[in-house]
Design a protein around this ligand. Structure first.
Ligand code: UFG
Length: 332
């Protein structure tokens, strides 16, 4: 490989899976994480770990120079939508301002490639699905806005300076490393599949179904769930594409292009365990769109990446295997 890469947020859920995918593909990896939501143990021994903040330009500049970093994969950030509504400045600090500092440090150090964790939350409530990248961005919460602002900074920087970038707009990321090396470990989860597997292991008494009157076939919200290891591999493919196409940048959806309703997800969990979890029908959660499904034709056309784990049952199995591991660890 031509150079080592820096992974910010590499001790977190998606970042740690990206670190595994990069190491598996033969890359040298330096992780920068402040461990506010990540875990030191989630970073493999074979990666270099630096504890610190993305917004610390002096530290970042030193790390970039010392290791001769040639690309940054930027996962560090805050991701809880309702929290972004009550504490917007946290999101503009951790997602927008911190990214600005990181991008400037990258430019100063001459790092030519940048990959950014963006989100389908940039679209807000789409006019139609599947959602294409050229559809309007109208985020309905500060989380989506804070990520969109970073996309804009990258676009403007790439137009003016010697850096190209990919922003990957994630749909609903779920599952865990198939080999059991990492998974979603943060306490206080809000994501459906994580909550469902917590209900399986007895960490929760039931799963609430937030809204049964959506404009969807069964009335519950429909989402495009993507296996975290497929998403991680998309980043490795994007990195190779950036190196081969130094004049080009892309913003790409990352999903499978197929939606499942909340009830279909819970049915899948029940089928995997052969044991029904308790469902409670509840009212809508604020700010949830009916239907979010990616049109993934751009990423499929651009990268050689192909999903390897496009199977909701498999996603649930891997999420559950990791949840059981966490439960055992908590007991011992
Ligand atoms: N849901 C439930 N019960 C739960 C949790 C979720 O019924 O206990 C429902 C939600 O209402 C929604 C679906 O399950 O219909 C998925 O909800 P998640 O919280 O798992 O995920 P979101 O679709 O809300 O969020 C995802 C990403 C965000 C991103 C957003 C874009 O996690 O980062 O998509 O809208 F901002």
């Amino acid at each position: 490989k031509p150079f080592p890469v820096l992974v910010t947020g590499g001790a977190g859920y998606i970042g740690s899976h990206a670190v595994l995918a990069l190491l598996d593909a033969g890359w040298d990896v330096v992780v920068l994480d402040n461990l506010t939501t990540g875990f030191r143990w989630a970073v493999p021994e074979t990666a270099t770990f630096v504890e610190g903040d993305v917004s610390d330009m002096e530290l970042v500049g030193r790390v970039l120079g010392e290791h001769g970093i040639g690309a940054i994969l930027h996962f560090a950030g805050s991701i809880i939508v309702p929290e972004s509504v009550t504490d917007p400045l946290k999101y503009y600090r951790n997602n927008t301002a911190a990214s600005r500092a990181l991008i400037e440090a990258a430019i100063v150090a001459g790092v030519p490639h940048f990959i950014f964790s963006s989100t389908a939350a940039t679209y807000g409530i789409p006019d139609e699905v599947p959602i294409r990248e050229d559809m309007p961005n109208r985020p309905i919460n500060p989380y989506g806005q804070s990520k969109l602002m970073t996309e804009h900074m990258l676009r403007d920087v790439a137009a003016a300076l010697p850096m190209n970038f990919c922003a990957l707009r994630y749909f609903n990321v779920a599952g865990a490393d198939p080999a059991g090396r990492s998974g979603q470990s943060t306490a206080g989860a809000t994501h459906l599949i994580k909550i469902a597997v917590e209900a399986v292991t007895g960490k929760r008494p039931h799963v609430g179904v937030f809204g049964t009157d959506y404009a969807t076939p069964d009335g519950t919200g429909v989402r495009d769930y993507i296996h975290v290891s497929d998403l991680a591999e998309a980043h490795v493919a994007a990195l190779e594409w950036l190196i081969e196409n130094p004049q080009e940048s892309r913003i790409m959806n990352c999903g499978y292009g197929r939606g499942y309703s909340v009830l279909e997800v819970l049915d899948t969990v029940d089928r995997v365990t052969n044991n029904p979890i308790v469902r409670k029908l509840e009212t809508r959660r604020a700010g949830d769109p009916d239907l979010l499904v990616a049109d993934n034709s751009l990423i499929l056309k651009t990268l050689p990446w192909r999903p390897q784990r496009d199977d909701l049952g498999l996603i649930v199995q891997h999420a559950l295997a990791w949840e059981r591991k966490l439960a055992e660890r908590a007991e011992s």
